[in-house]
Design a protein around this ligand. Structure first.
Ligand code: TYM
Length: 337
């Protein structure tokens, strides 16, 4: 195996409304932390994944910038980490094709996300990109020979498939890829909707009251949290029988870094209203400085584009090296550089 060193890769889809607090708690805060312990971190705005459902060209372009600004404003340091846009590095799609030829229809059709996102569409009219989605994801990671992939719980199954594909490639063509490990936080890896604790908080829910957007202004944050559903009891409890309050506690813990036990001790004997009030302030303590930095970054699109150009160059050289080796191993011609 070439890479003995730990290398981190993760990605986020650009969306119009921007990321939500679930993305922050399940993913971004870990990405920021991993920069302190890992020298090589690759963080990618996955614009090609955003094309697996119908998209608007203008919104896609704007979403990429916004998402990049979001990541920098949360603490991704574009000098230290490689921050870049997926479509800027052609090898992602080239390796996807190779993996498409190794993957089996059955394993793609079994993916929960494919089944969920494809639901409601007639099978014949589901975009084929939705089926290929996890292959592009696998290529994203493998083309950098990444070893660690910090994600939320919803990506676990895709990571399993990615590992299977790495193993399959290595056994057919010789050791080329490390088999990447999913890094999934013990707490907050699955933040649920504010209006329905049985559903994951998701950008595509179409219900604004269900998500806490990282760009929501303070009055909206307070209002959404005040209106979040609670459970039938009165006491602040954590566990399966109080899913709504447990979710609020997960968010509380996620934004403060304090344990749920500690937070519950503080709130002992108090009802839901004090919990919600304290939670709103804790969320705003993270979002307010974040939003100020975000606005600053969005005010200088040329600088942002320049940062992304530099990220693309750094990423390209790693991806090109891997793909040349892939070409050799699988019997493709290796063209001159
Ligand atoms: P995306 O854009 O949906 O989400 C970005 C990250 O946020 C996590 N996440 C959550 N965590 C906790 N609670 C939630 N409610 C919640 N919603 C989202 C996601 O797990 C993810 O880590 N396919 C990926 C992007 C991707 C990728 C990759 C990730 C493309 N290529 C390669 C890792 C490696 C996605 O759509 O994430």
């Amino acid at each position: 195996m070439r890479t003995a060193m730990a290398r981190v890769f993760s990605g986020v889809q650009p969306t119009g409304e921007g990321p939500h607090i679930g993305n922050y708690i399940g993913a971004f805060r870990h990405w920021v932390d991993l920069q302190k312990t890992h020298e090589e971190c690759f963080y990618c705005v996955v614009d090609l994944h955003a094309m697996t459902l119908p998209w608007d060209p203008k919104a896609l372009k704007e979403g990429v910038r916004r998402t990049a600004a979001t990541l920098i404003a949360t603490g991704i340091d574009p000098e230290r980490s490689v921050l870049f846009v997926q479509s800027d590095v052609a090898e992602h799609t080239q390796l996807t094709w190779v993996l498409t030829c190794l993957a089996r229809m059955g394993e793609l059709e079994r993916m929960t996300q494919f089944k969920e996102k494809g639901r409601g569409n007639e099978r014949d009219s589901v975009p084929a990109g939705l089926l290929a989605y996890p292959l592009l994801m696998a290529a994203d990671v493998l083309v950098y020979r990444a070893t660690h992939v910090p994600v939320g719980e919803d990506q676990r199954q895709h990571l399993e498939l990615m590992r299977d594909l790495a193993i399959r490639f290595n056994s057919r063509f010789g050791d080329t890829f490390p088999v990447p490990d999913a890094v999934i936080g013990r707490q907050g890896a699955r933040i649920m909707s504010l209006d329905d604790p049985t559903q994951k908080m998701s950008k595509s829910s179409g219900r604004p009251a269900s998500t806490l957007g990282m760009l929501d202004p303070p009055n909206v944050v307070r209002k959404k949290i005040a209106r979040a559903v609670t459970d039938s009891g009165r006491e602040v409890r954590y566990g399966q029988d109080s899913p709504a309050v447990s979710n609020l506690l997960d968010i509380f813990s996620g934004v403060t870094g304090r344990s749920v036990a500690e937070l519950m001790a503080d709130l002992e004997g108090q009802g839901y209203a004090p919990l919600k009030a304290a939670l709103a302030e804790a969320v705003l303590a993270v979002l307010t400085p974040f939003q100020a930095r975000y606005t600053e970054l969005m005010g200088d699109p040329a600088q942002l584009d320049e940062l992304l150009d530099r990220g693309a160059k750094r990423a390209q050289s790693f991806a090109a090296d891997t793909f040349r080796e892939v070409r050799e191993r699988i019997g493709l011609r290796v063209p001159p550089r």
